[in-house]
Design a protein around this ligand. Structure first.
Ligand code: NIG
Ligand code: FE
Length: 389
């Protein structure tokens, strides 16, 4: 079935064919055919007489659906007390992950699936049409396998976060845990995931351990993602580039050499400022990364520890206010940038042949996403060509 979305006051396409970073078109229209975009352009050039259905955007703004390339949705419980203690002065440490691990292991499959459905529903209601989901609160072969099964029933983008925290049964024996991940977990879980990920950080996994896990995942056919340089300066960025990772995520503590390495690689820097906001961590130097030519993505990083939000509009507002990206750069990073962090060029862009995922804003332009922080501007969402809210 074909659908004409007509009377779009301001359309962001992310298609360079229309000029500028965002390929923006005023007084525009879009034609969808099934789950794909069929036509995009100024209304004056439209021949939409043949469309089966016509929707009137009322002069409002349409943007590509947001692409979230980093989330941890397969968990049970929450950690509001930990958040309150942090706001009272305590610092974030990786150990908090263990309390979620215990609750996740004890939960039923239905409880985990219900939590993922609730959170992907929140994402969708706020315009996010693609969500990558990581495992990582199981850290045993059966618990990681079922986390990936739960993730895979909600998204085609599932990531095995094999080395997130050393589980209690391996306390003080992190190298033994890494050996188990390499010899048992990765072979058992690789068919259920697209990427392998590690938390390369002080108090989590060091350079040697991280490299061993990532190399084993890569050898099993998985793409590579890295949680790197979140809390401290460290080897995560360089390791990601060395292993030709799809993305390195967080990237808050960087040296000149880190930025140079990223700029000359195809690895995306995925920035997660909502995690820095909720942990009072240092923000990444997004301006320097962008200006050096690094491909930048923005994600919400929804998880119960560092970033319990599913709002990509909130992330865009933070990126503009605190990371000093322009509103155009922030929107690009939250759409086309996120798609690149998932290795896709047919998501996060509105051009013929791309996936028909878009959001209608109750606003005259995308600038309002950052200009009106906290206001629910997304009034309609189309996913795979069908109305999703
Ligand atoms: O992306 N950094 C590690 N992993 C998550 C936090 C997980 C947690 O605290 O439960 C993150 O920030
Ligand atoms: Fe994360």
């Amino acid at each position: 079935m074909s659908v004409l979305i007509d009377n779009i006051g301001s359309l962001v396409t992310n298609d360079p064919a229309h000029g500028g970073l965002l390929g923006a078109i005023t007084d525009a229209a879009v034609v969808l055919d099934g789950d794909r975009i069929a036509w995009v352009g100024p209304r004056a050039e439209l021949d939409g007489a043949g469309a089966d259905e016509r929707l009137d955007a009322g002069g409002r703004a349409v943007v590509p659906g947001f692409v979230e390339s980093h989330s941890h949705l397969v968990f049970a419980g929450e950690r509001a007390e930990e958040f309150a203690a942090r706001m009272a002065g305590e610092s974030y440490a990786a150990g908090g992950i263990r309390s979620t691990l215990a609750k996740t292991r004890a939960a039923t499959d239905d409880e985990l699936g219900g939590n993922v459905a609730r959170l992907t529903g929140e994402y969708l209601a706020q315009g996010t049409t693609t969500v990558e989901i990581k495992s990582g609160y199981g850290q045993s072969v059966p618990d990681e396998r079922r986390s990936l099964q739960v993730a895979g029933s909600h998204t085609p983008f599932a990531t095995l976060l094999a080395a997130h925290v050393t589980p209690p049964e391996f306390a003080g024996r992190t190298d033994d845990y890494v050996a188990m991940v390499i010899h048992q977990m990765i072979p058992a879980c690789a068919p259920l995931a697209g990427w392998v990920d590690v938390f390369c950080e002080v108090g989590a996994f060091d350079e040697h351990q991280s490299r061993a896990v990532l190399a084993a995942g890569k050898a099993a056919g998985l793409g590579v993602k890295v949680h790197g340089n979140q809390l401290h300066q460290g080897p995560g960025v360089q390791l990601a580039v060395e292993l030709d990772a799809t993305s390195v995520d967080h990237v808050c503590h960087t040296t000149d050499a880190d930025i140079e390495a990223l700029a000359t690689s195809s690895t995306v820097a995925t920035l997660l400022p909502a995690a820095d906001f909720s942990t009072r961590n240092r923000y990444p130097d997004a301006r320097r990364l962008w200006d050096a030519g690094v491909t930048v993505a923005l994600g919400a990083d929804c998880n119960p520890g560092t970033s319990y939000t599913t709002s990509m509009p909130f992330v865009i507002a933070l990126a503009v206010r605190d990371l000093r990206l322009s509103p155009d750069e922030a929107l690009w990073a939250a759409t086309a940038g996120g798609a690149k962090a998932l290795g896709r060029d047919d998501l996060g862009v509105l051009r013929p042949g791309a996936v028909a995922d878009l959001a209608l804003l109750d606003a005259p332009s995308h600038l309002h996403l950052a200009y009106r922080p906290g206001v629910p501007l997304v009034v309609a969402v189309v996913k795979n060509g069908a109305p999703a809210r």
